[in-house]
Design a protein around this ligand. Structure first.
Ligand SMILES: *Cc1c(COP(=O)(O)O)cnc(C)c1O
Length: 404
């Protein structure tokens, strides 16, 4: 059982008010809130051992290096990567995706295919379009159905020996659909293609086992799982990371430099040019510790209860439509009120202290599929409550009355 009352006390921000009302934070798919346990680690870093890493022989540098590398081991253990050098610290999911897209520039050629899904975030579409422009490869898209699920029959038909890379999010940020990545990975490997999974939306809810998945690359951001912004990780199988060229040149990533030739550092440093977000890495480790102390099974079970409760209550409102109705989904509800612009509803909810996202959620193609400008998106975390959902339902009813 998840003790959400005590858990809420871990989050200072949940105690604040907005427009004179207690904050109801339902924008967790955009960023999660930060528990005191992680805030303390950030304060401790800057108060006690802030220094640059991997270079100094002095005490602070050694302490900072140890903590940073300890965090890498925590990430490795959490995601069950085979080696710690398969964990590359990045500034976030977007950075990880661009790193891979850049690396594949030297691998792809005209006639090759990249497959992405119809459920992608913009950050998952643009780098592949740029990569196709650079290399002459073609971009193919796995279509979706009305429930907001990817159509695996069409995926099977897109696959061929020309397919070199498949790129899919584990969970859609706009609709919450959990994609069948096990199937996608297995099928991709049958034609010799690599798979990159965007885990930005899955890691707050589930604990992926990267070796069991046999995935080639996996990226995520710390700030969606109780960690700080500007920090994330890229996992890559050792053989792939050795094969790909470095992304950025700079300090940390070289072994030897002369004006004739530079040799690159070993993994993971080859992909970590310049001074990284040291505090962010350490705090990412603390966020993982925090979430594991609550337990991902408890989190998933409780969030599912919130999802079912909110779905049922919202659907009682006449003229309310939910987008993304797959049986396999996480605690994200995208909805609209008949004839009312989502932005107007969001503004009224904000007056009541309720934070939801409105708009296209960086997923314009999904909105185009449904023929709508955007949705209102409420996304729940393990620190939310049924009482807060009641407040949302009351707020939506009120908005409907005011705007009809
Ligand atoms: C948030 C998100 C991203 C982008 O993450 P950043 O931390 O902004 O780089 C990418 N993909 C999905 C599915 C997301 O939800």
């Amino acid at each position: 059982m998840l003790d959400y009352k005590n858990i809420r006390n871990d989050f200072p921000i949940l105690q604040r008010e907005v427009n004179g009302k207690p904050l109801v934070y339902f924008d967790n798919a955009a960023t999660s809130q930060t528990p005191q346990q992680v805030i303390d680690v950030i304060v401790d870093y800057y108060s006690n051992y802030n220094a640059n890493i991997h270079r100094g022989v002095h005490r602070l540098s050694q302490e900072a290096t140890d903590k940073y590398e300890e965090a890498r081991l925590k990430v490795q253990a959490h995601f069950n990567a085979k080696f710690s050098h398969e964990i590359i610290f990045t500034s976030g999911t977007t950075h990880g995706i661009n790193l891979i897209a850049n690396g594949f520039s030297s691998i792809l050629k005209k006639g090759d295919d990249i497959i992405v899904s119809a459920l992608e975030h913009h950050s998952n579409i643009v780098p592949w379009q740029m990569l196709c422009e650079r290399t002459g490869a073609s971009l193919k898209v796995i279509p979706m159905n009305k429930e907001g699920e990817l159509i695996m029959y069409d995926y099977d038909n897109l696959l061929s020996t020309n397919t070199k890379l498949i790129f899919v999010n584990h969970i859609s940020n706009a609709l919450g659909t959990i994609n069948p990545i096990e199937y996608i990975i297995e099928k991709a490997h049958q034609v010799g293609a690599a798979v990159l999974i965007d885990g930005a939306q899955s890691c707050p809810h589930i604990k992926p086992d990267l070796q069991a998945l046999d995935v080639d690359f996996y990226v995520t951001s710390a700030h969606k799982m109780c960690g700080p912004t500007g920090q994330g990780m890229l996992y890559g199988k050792e053989a792939w990371l050795k094969k790909l060229p470095p992304y950025q040149g700079g300090g940390e990533m070289i072994a030897e430099v002369t004006f004739k030739k530079t040799t690159y550092a070993d993994l993971p440093h080859k992909f970590e040019a310049g001074t990284p977000n040291i505090c962010g890495g350490v705090a990412f480790g603390a966020a993982i510790d925090y979430m594991n102390s609550i337990g991902f099974e408890n989190i998933a079970k409780y969030e599912n209860e919130l999802l079912e409760y909110a779905t049922q209550k919202l659907l009682e409102i006449e003229g309310l439509r939910i987008y993304g109705t797959s049986k396999h989904k996480t605690s994200v509800i995208s909805f609209n009120l008949d004839g009312i612009h989502p932005y107007d509803v969001g503004t009224i909810l904000d007056k009541m202290g309720i934070a939801v996202r409105t708009g296209h959620h960086c997923a314009q193609p999904i909105m185009d599929f449904y023929g709508i400008p955007g949705t209102i998106r409420a996304s729940f975390a393990f620190y939310n409550t049924k009482d807060e959902i009641d407040t949302l339902v009351t707020g939506v009813k009120k908005a409907k009355m005011m705007l009809m």
